[in-house]
Design a protein. Structure first.
Length: 255
């Protein structure tokens, strides 16, 4: 979308990354509701009513109301930024902070610039709300992996975990199944199998996540479950997007 003259446009956004640019500016990667993932140029020296808002861009774990101006270059300009919704518990608890940050990093690495997918913004806000609302002792594990699956689904890339991609056979509810990351499908032993095996708990959770709402009634996964899911999604994303993302260690999900 282009803007005639110097007119800006308002949208809601979530900060994905902020980098210093010279002494008085920053380049900020935003997930915006109306323009997708964009890179924004923000000056810190301008004295205006929006100066305070620009400082708040450093707080990535919140929803901002921003006004953007499209430039001739690939960077947009930031005119105004105000916090619309914040998630205080994310900043008070290390586990919540680290897992939510990892989820935003996953989105930043996987989502293309300028592709408008409003579902991504809605899912990201829901993820932040879901982790923020967790009670003491509840693990953010399933929220994190559910978010990854829903991001991939929004991008049209979610893996198929219901049946073997070779013969169509469905594993029993309590049965482990091989996963072929290059095909994004389960693969049974009769069709060649795979060294990467998803146990029934992980397979069902990842599959259900594609159609489930975020909820606090989350399952507790073992460190082995987390490592398996990290490996499966990591290899899948590498094959299909060419992205090698940095997944959080299993201990990051401990409460």
């Amino acid at each position: 979308m282009s803007f005639p003259g110097s007119r800006g446009a308002s949208t809601r956004a979530i900060v994905l990354r902020s980098s210093e640019y010279g002494e008085n500016s920053k380049v900020v990667t935003l997930l915006s509701e109306d323009f997708g993932k964009v890179e924004v140029f923000a000056r810190r020296t301008e004295r205006s009513s929006s100066t305070k808002g620009r400082g708040l861009l450093l707080q990535s774990l919140c929803v901002l109301d921003v006004e953007l101006l499209e430039r001739k270059s690939s960077l947009w300009s930031l005119r105004r930024a105000e916090v619309q919704e914040h998630f205080p518990d994310l900043l008070r608890h290390f586990t919540k902070l680290s897992v939510a940050s990892a989820a935003l990093r996953f989105l930043r690495q996987c989502a293309p610039l300028g592709v408008v997918l409003p579902q991504l913004f809605a899912e990201t806000r829901a993820m932040l709300r879901g982790i923020d609302a967790l009670a003491v002792g509840e693990s953010p594990t399933l929220v994190y992996f559910a978010y990854q699956m829903r991001v991939l689904s929004a991008l049209g890339l979610a893996p198929s975990l219901e049946a073997c991609g070779g013969c169509g056979r469905r594993p029993a509810a309590d049965q482990a199944a091989g996963f072929d990351a290059s095909r994004g499908q389960l693969i049974c032993r009769a069709c060649g199998g795979s060294a990467l095996v998803l146990n029934a708990r992980v397979r069902k959770a990842l599959s259900d996540a594609q159609g489930a709402e975020f909820a606090p009634e989350l399952w507790r996964w073992s460190a082995s479950d987390v490592e398996t899911a990290n490996r499966a999604l990591g290899e899948f994303v590498l094959h299909h997007l060419g992205v090698r993302y940095e997944a959080p260690a299993a201990k990051s999900f401990c409460v």
